[in-house]
Ligand binder design. Structure first.
Ligand code: NI
Length: 259
């Protein structure tokens, strides 16, 4: 099996000191590619450093809405420079989080729009974090994201009707292990309607280990195999067929080399 964990945070402190072993376990499980995602300038640098070190590992660079409050014009210039690094394949994660509101909403909107501009200029896809801000996220994408070629809603936990709206706009949807949780009926209904050419999987590790490994406190890419099996079953699809197709979707989305 060959799968790509399209959203992991291997630079976070829970994982960063053990990446070699984590990568080894991941390959053994059949998860053989990784997009490690930055959330602030320090994590973006870390993501690039890791991607440079490992084959089949790529980086996304962005400012998380939680960290939007710390952004000034220098941060954005810096982000734009980092985004031109050899193994950077996307801008993200960026977006809006009106659940925690760690940054003021107006600031989140401004910093999100600025990152859409960078993605447009550099012709990179965008990884969106959207929590309790669906309509505002769509609104900003419409007003500032017209030049962005590809967009994915990461860690999707919305409804099937929201997923449909995303698909109608030509965007992609990515699911974490949360879809395996007993109480995730809404996310499962959404996953059922997303076709394989718009569907990607991720761990978002170190958070949220999928069932039946939910008790494992620190999630890691190897565990994504459980999410893949779960969704193939949910969609009543042959596992190999499911994996082949979402692997192709991930490679297409991030313009990864064919091998
Ligand atoms: Ni994340």
């Amino acid at each position: 099996m060959e799968l790509i964990d399209t959203h992991c945070h291997l630079g976070f402190e829970q994982l960063a000191n053990d990446v070699e072993a984590i990568v080894e376990r991941s390959i053994e499980a059949g998860v053989t590619g990784w997009i490690t995602v930055g959330t602030d300038i320090q994590q973006n640098k870390k993501a690039i450093e890791l991607a440079d070190k490992f084959e089949n590992m790529y980086a996304a660079v962005g400012i998380h809405p939680h960290d939007a409050k710390d952004v000034n014009s220098k941060t954005l210039t810096n982000l734009r420079e980092l985004a031109q690094s050899r193994k950077v394949v996307a801008i993200g994660e960026t977006g809006l989080d009106f659940h925690y509101n760690f940054s003021e909403q107006s600031v989140q909107r401004r910093v999100f729009a600025a990152q859409l501009k960078i993605a447009t200029e550099l012709n990179l896809p965008v990884i969106i974090h959207s929590r309790e801000a669906f309509d505002d996220t769509i609104d900003i994408l419409e007003r500032h994201g017209g030049g962005v070629k590809k967009v994915v809603f990461h860690c999707f936990g919305g409804s099937a009707s929201q997923a449909k709206l995303i698909l109608d706009k030509g965007f992609y949807v990515s699911f974490t292990g949360v879809v395996t949780f007993k109480n995730a009926q809404t996310a499962r209904q959404a996953a059922e309607i997303v076709p394989l050419d718009k569907l990607m999987l991720e761990t978002d590790c170190p958070y949220m280990s999928p069932e039946p490994m939910r008790k494992q406190k620190i999630n890691e890419p190897a565990l994504m195999i459980h999410t893949a099996r779960y969704l193939a079953d949910l969609k009543k699809m042959d596992f190999a067929h499911f994996c082949r197709n979402i692997n192709l979707t991930s490679k297409t989305f991030f313009s990864l080399p064919e091998k």
